[in-house]
Design a binder for this molecule. Structure first.
Ligand code: PLP
Length: 233
């Protein structure tokens, strides 16, 4: 059973790595994109199999599930990315185990994350999640691009958070290439103000090629490797 699962994960992981390599070649880029495997809803046993297959970066989007899985996987050489909606009363707890928080999207979270990072005694890398939805639409998540500079400045002013760059999800109902082109422009503006904030986390199972073409340094891939998640989320 677990051997079958290992074979399946190995095969799908190989397919996704090949897709990333082809996308980098097509964009004339070096193949230096970090693959973050999104393991939400899947058990810690899958994370162990993925670690055996050379996966180093894993993504989780719910605090309780992430906290339990990190504890289950203690001793593995993994970097945990928190990619989900953050509540301000959970932010310090997330900072206790996350290596990178990709979903910082409002000023209210900054102080709590900074406090959590300072309590654990090592700096916390963060990405700012920016909304790519057209202005006025129901935002799925993410800071409005107009408010990004203020949020970035707030993070840069902390002692324990390291501003690394941006994260975004392509909006529903739009070609991802157009959304990621806007993201590339937003990123250029951020890097002018914060030259070290060069990371760009964009692209999922369905649109990683478009994200790599637009300069993604990190892609977050779940279902193309682990399979479809349970319908109730
Ligand atoms: C679940 C999730 C992903 C992975 O999505 P797939 O389509 O399964 O690859 C990527 N990013 C975020 C923020 C997610 O919540």
């Amino acid at each position: 059973m677990s051997l079958d699962r290992a074979d399946q994960l190995a095969r799908r992981l190989g397919e996704v790595r090949a897709r990333i390599a082809r996308a980098c070649a097509a964009a004339g880029r070096a193949d230096d994109v970090t693959l973050v495997v999104v393991t939400k809803y899947f058990p810690a046993s899958d994370v162990r199999l993925l670690a055996d297959l050379g996966v180093r970066d894993v993504g989780e989007n719910r605090h309780q599930e992430a906290e339990a899985k990190v504890a289950d996987c203690a001793g593995l050489d993994l970097r945990w990315h928190f990619i989900g909606a953050l509540q301000s009363n959970k932010a310090a707890a997330v900072a206790a185990y996350a290596d990178l928080v990709e979903s910082l999207d409002r000023t209210k979270l900054v102080a709590a994350l900074d406090r959590g990072a300072s309590q654990r005694g090592r700096p916390l890398d963060v990405l700012l999640q920016v909304s790519l939805d057209p202005p006025g639409s129901e935002h799925r998540a993410g800071v409005d691009p107009a408010d990004l500079a203020a949020l970035a400045d707030a993070v840069a002013a902390t002692s324990s958070l390291r501003l690394r760059g941006l994260m975004a999800v392509a909006p529903l109902g739009e070609e991802p290439a157009g959304a990621f082109a806007r993201l590339a422009e937003i990123r250029a503006g951020l890097v002018l103000r914060h030259p070290q904030a060069t990371w760009l986390s964009a692209g999922m199972s369905g649109d990683l090629e478009e994200a790599v073409a637009a300069g993604a340094t990190h892609v977050r891939v779940g279902s193309a490797i682990l399979g479809s998640r349970p319908a109730v989320q």
